[in-house]
Structure formats: structure tokens, C-alpha cells
Design a binder for this molecule. Sequence first.
Ligand SMILES: [Zn+2]
Length: 60
Amino acid sequence: MSDTQLLDDLPIYQMIDQPPTCPMCGIRTNMYEILSYNILIQVNTCLRSDCGYEFLMMEH
Ligand SMILES: [Zn+2]
């Protein structure tokens, strides 16, 4: 299974002009960016250890 298939299961949010924060707890996230079909996608993981929420942010 590739990383891209794993990412398909994550919720997607619209990218904002601020550092991304976890929609569940508001804590900053660990983020890296990938390009998929020329679309920039930010892959976020919440830094709070008891949350760990994973989500994607995409340009609209
Ligand atoms: Zn969180």
C-alpha cells in the first residue's frame, strides 16, 4: 500500500493563511507538503500526544 492510498482516508480541510492547527483540540500540527496531480497538499498530524488527529489541507 502506498502513502497516497493511506492519505485518501484522511479528512480534508481548506487551506488557510495561518499555520495549521488541529480542528479537534487547536494545538499546532506537524506538517509536510506533497504535490499530487499538481495540487499542493499539506499533511498534518496533531502534536498533542493524546489527540494525534491526522488530516489534510488542500488549496481550493
Ligand atoms: Zn489535536
